[in-house]
Design a protein. Structure first.
Length: 290
């Protein structure tokens, strides 16, 4: 059996510093050390604790990760010498700010399709930024670090969540019975309601409903036997094109797996159907019988 190949992936800042041993530029090492000291002091004051050894040590690790994240984002496909050149020419502060900007933009994106009123609270947003900064950028300068890969993965996931939230927001604003403006949002629940109710046809947008309206809907479908595909086509036509990828993906999923749609044409009891609807709509379904 061949031995496993271990690839060393130290933080980009560490790898760049190693190039200083053969770098001919005078004062490059001194200037870089001075900059990194200043960044570490700032991070300790704002994010850790500049009065304890543990706080300063943690600030140093965050500085290493923050600068490395910035270097990776600017020079992803370039070598370590290019990273050192960037630090000498533009400064470590520039690299750190580039990395921290990525974290700040990432923290502004939704983590998932459930959005609460606290997500818009400035205090909560600041706490979320700090936690994300520590989670991604804490890097031991002498150990392998995968901060940029984790950042890229979270960015992809959060952009997907953002697309879901934006579609749900549009559906809420264009709800046929009037805009829905609750602070809390179950985006998947909103989309589920819109897709399920769309099979009735007529181009209505349903982002919120109650038991009485659902019963009317079920009776209408059982009586008129509408073409589900025509109803979904009308919904897609009503929704702006930028939201189509998410909407079409969810329609494809519900076409094959939604128990409400599978049972709605049969003799399944209304109470059972409503319970199944709750599984899809969640908090977006009015609990009161109206």
């Amino acid at each position: 059996m061949l031995p496993a190949i271990v690839v060393e992936t130290l933080p980009r800042l560490t790898r760049a510093i190693k190039q200083l041993a053969t770098d001919p530029r005078p004062d490059a090492a001194l200037n870089l050390a001075d900059e990194l000291t200043g960044i570490t002091a700032m991070v300790a004051e704002k994010f850790t604790n500049d009065r304890t050894a543990d706080g300063i040590q943690k600030a140093l690790q965050l500085t290493v990760g923050g600068v490395s994240l910035g270097l990776d984002s600017v020079l992803l496909h370039e070598g370590d010498q290019a990273a050192l050149d960037f630090l000498v020419e533009h400064g470590a502060e520039h690299a750190f700010q580039a990395g921290f900007r990525l974290i700040r933009e990432l923290s502004a994106l939704p983590e998932d399709a459930l959005v609460g009123e606290y997500d818009q609270d400035p205090v909560y947003a600041q706490r979320r930024l700090r936690e994300l900064f520590i989670d991604i950028c804490q890097a031991d300068p002498n150990q392998n670090w995968s901060g940029y890969e984790r950042y890229a993965q979270q960015l992809k996931q959060r952009k997907e969540a953002q697309a879901i939230v934006r579609l749900a927001g549009w559906l809420r604003r264009h709800n046929s019975e009037g805009p829905v403006s609750d602070a809390d949002l179950n985006a998947e629940g909103v989309i589920a309601l819109a897709i399920i109710f769309a099979v009735e046809g007529g181009g209505r947008v349903v982002a919120r409903t109650g038991q009485k309206e659902f019963e009317r809907f079920v009776k209408s479908v059982r009586k008129n036997k509408p073409d589900f595909e025509e109803g979904w086509a009308a919904l897609v036509a009503a929704v702006p094109v930028q939201h189509h990828p998410v909407l079409l993906d969810r329609i494809a999923s519900y076409r094959n797996s939604c128990t409400v749609l599978q049972h709605i044409r049969g003799r399944t009891a209304m109470k059972t159907l409503f319970s199944e609807l709750e599984n899809y709509a969640g908090s977006e379904l009015d609990a009161d019988y109206a």
